[in-house]
Structure formats: C-alpha cells, structure tokens
Ligand binder design. Sequence first.
Ligand code: PEP
Ligand code: MN
Length: 339
Amino acid sequence: MIIVMKQGAGKEALAEVKKQIRELGYKPHVIHGDTRDVIGAVGDERGKAVLQSLESLPGVESVVPILKPYKLASREVKPEPSCFELAPGVVIGGDRVIVMAGPCSVESEAQIVETALAVKAAGASVLRGGAFKPRTSPYSFQGMEEDGLKLLARAREASGLPIVTEVVNPGDVDLVAQYADILQIGARNVQNFALLKTVGRIDKPILLKRGMATTIQEYLMSAEYILSEGNRRVILCERGIRTFETATRNTLDIAAVPVLKSLTHLPVTIDPSHATGHAHLVPSMCYAGVAAGADGLIVEVHPCPERAASDGPQSLRPAEFAAMMANLRAFVAAAGKQL
Ligand code: PEP
Ligand code: MN
C-alpha cells in the first residue's frame, strides 16, 4: 500500500505513520518527493487491507494499493526518476549519460591501468573490470579474485575513475564492497535471491543486469529484492536476451529501455558488448541505447582484444572506443542530455 502524506505534513506525523505501519507488521519505506512524502508499506499481501485504517491518522491524505507486484521499484510509489551518486560527482538518472568502460576481466596491472587512463581520456566516467567471473565453462578463466580487486583499486588511484565490478556469491559481498564503488550482479545471478538480499543490505550502488531469459516483470522483481532490503541505489542494465537469432551473441532488447523507464523510476543502462558479442556492432548499439533513453552504457574495452582472457571478440580497442565516444556526443545532445 502507498500512504500519501499531505503537503506540509510534519516529521512527527510521518514518524507516527511509520510506527503504526510497523505495528501492523509491515515495513515502511519513505520516499521524499518534491511536494509531499509517500510511504510504501510492504509486506504480506494477504493482510494488507488493515493498512487502510491509517487513513484516519493526522497528516495522511490517502492510502492506496500498489497495483504492480514490484512495489518499491514501481513508478506508482515514486513517479519521478531516481537520480543518485555512484561516486562523488558522478550522478546517474539525471541529465548525464554515464559511460562505464573497461575490460571484461582484470588481467594485469598494466592492462587495467592502461585501459583506465584510455577510457577516462575518451570521456568515460566509471571503470569496469571483472575480478570474479561467472563463466559458462569451469575450465575457462575464473578471474583474479582479490588480486584483481587490488589492481582495480590501483587503476582507480591512477585514473580517478570509480570502479564497477561483479560479485558472484553472497560470501564475497563484503570483500568486493571493500574495493568497489559499484557492485555488479551479472545476468546469470539475476535470480540468485540470497545474493540479491545480501547486496540489498550494503550501502553501495548495485548494477543489476537483466538475465538472458528474464521477463521485464521478473527482472523488476529481482530489483525489488534489493530495494526491499533497504538499498535504494539500483541501476538496471539490459544486456541482451536469448532468442532464435545466432548472428549476434544475444538480442539487444532495445525496447526494454523505454518499457523499463515507463514502469520504474530506477536508472536504465545498456550493455551493447554482451548484447551483440561483436566489437563492430557495439558503437551503433551505443547510439541506439542513448536514442532509446538510456541513462548510461557499459562497454567492454581492451588494449589488445586478441589476447584478452575473456570476451575479446566483443571488446573495443581504446582508439575504437574513443571514436565511438566522439560520435556519441551528437546522440547524447539529441536526447537532451550531456556526456
Ligand atoms: C560481464 O559484465 O562481463 C558479464 C559477465 O556480463 P553478463 O552477466 O551480462 O553476462
Ligand atoms: Mn564480459
């Protein structure tokens, strides 16, 4: 249920409503709006009618049901887009398109530092790099783990770019959070509910990839797992879904961008690298993503793709990335945003 407070209702009224929500066995999530506050009361769907009684409390304007199964992620609870800091000075969800770029996997200090400096010079504002890799084959490179996280921290020092890196299991969340500015949940873990709940309890933004076979509704329910634990900083990422098509690694569901933007207030990004699997297709999908209204892009870049430990064929060389970024400016301007 959504408890809509009256314009100008004071702090005491809000505190009293929160207290009563808890007493009825629900969790209050306050969303401070421009003109008024609303409180999402979430919990067991079956007894929610009891919340209707809160309508008589001072400062309450109305109590209305949230129709969507994802509550905190929905536009019903929060009509205006969520806009939040990924790191000091890097805000997603507003009028900037945030570009995250870097290699699929961290491989060496020279590789990650060189890539960080190159993507920064080209205009990226976040460095990506995997230290824990979820690979289809157990015989493929699994990532440098904590050594990789240390190298990412070195690259952050050298470049000033905040870092996004994947966490694949709940036991590693604290470790990864010690190093990362943003934690990524990969496509394969989109319904790893234990992992979603664990990252919901930390105070770092989460980049949640769409699974290769999750519907939009299932995807938003996954985001809801994180939000319902208290972490409000969730970034969505469309990275291609499985279809019958084999010319591309996955099929970029570009319509998912405006669909998600209409259903949720959370920022939406696209990953054209995993979506296509081929470096030459990446720039056009970056432009398409921005035209579709994406708040950001995450792009794989490697100084020497032919020698990459993972995902070389879809990785741009630094010069190709710089050329893409130069062309991107016109699309970003046409979308009424800035890089
Ligand atoms: C990645 O970002 O390198 C990755 C493994 O992505 P996804 O989970 O989208 O496959
Ligand atoms: Mn990859």
